[in-house]
Design a protein around this ligand. Sequence first.
Ligand code: UD1
Length: 371
Amino acid sequence: NKGKYEHYMQKEIHEQPESLRTTMRGRLIRGGSSKGKTVLLGGLKDHLKTIRRSRRIVFIGCGTSYNAALASRPIVEELSGIPVTLEIASDLVDRQGPIYREDTAIFVSQSGETADTLLALDYALENGALCVGITNTVGSAIARNTHCGVHINAGCEIGVASTKAYTSQIVVMAMVALAIGADTISNQGRREAIVDGLIDLPNKVKEVLKLDEEMNDLAKQLISEQSLLVFGRGYNYATALEGALKVKEVSLMHSEGILAGEMKHGPLALVDENLPIFVIATRDACFSKQQSVIQQLHARKGRLIVMCTEGDVASVSVGGSCRVVEVPRVEDCLQPVINIVPLQLLAYHLTVLRGYNVDQPRNLAKSVTTQ
Ligand code: UD1
């Protein structure tokens, strides 16, 4: 039931304030000794000691689920102090890459039935790793076959292009990071700030959804382009990859997410006055580096669209010469949840304007259950 919406993707983008609330429901509780709230993940609590002792955390997924893990890696590394690596499920299986008993392998899949992720799970189980699932589907193969896990509880997602599952996956992985790090005193202030950020996040998503008309307007400008580059770094490298994935999978426009730190190692050659480039430059520890990227792209006459924190227009628009999209600021590790929303809206409107099928993109299936 699409209610007042024309497409499931549109409905699912707009219901993210509610889906995120459901994801967090009952999981942020008043902590024992501290005055603030802390995280309780029922599915992980008996396994946290084992996870904290592991030598490595390996996230395994495909497509959007992989991107969600990429968005969460910095905060999991920071709060756990454990090295975190990422694997695309098919690539891990192709290489038969090393997985050890001392590893915690975390499998991320909306449907819980992704064929490649299931093969990687069998492989990690054989190799003796602790296997943790993060899925939206109770009773799915991943939920059943992992040792433990967390349901993201985002509600049924019908649009082939994942939107609300992506933001709920990031929130769950931030909560997993909080749970793993909960035994360390040194980062308590940081953890409390993130919990406060999580509680307020649905309101901030509601705010960023007000950009709907603005993104429709931007889509009109981009309707006939061949290609769109999306530059990000740090917490928002994942946003660049996921934004580009949304654009290409539904609007059938070529799009590529680029790690801004890699700009001079190839992508800069593409920059001219015609190719549109979306640069994510919201406030975090990488902001000044992104300002310098903007300067350099501008010096090569790049056609820039910059995403920045509210109030930062003057700091990013190189003398008012580029289009700016302002988003609300949240805790740095949660910013990817906010920043993906305008790109989801852009992909949606581009698709409608270009006359393609939003909910059933050409050649794609919702859950990839075959290899
Ligand atoms: C659980 C209940 C929820 C109830 C809550 C009350 C279920 C599915 N959830 O939620 O209805 O309101 O307690 O405290 O009954 N698991 C895996 N692999 C996965 C995902 C989950 O093994 O990929 C396991 C977990 O380790 C856990 C169980 O499935 O044992 C349920 O997980 P989850 O729904 O996340 O747990 P709660 O949030 O505690």
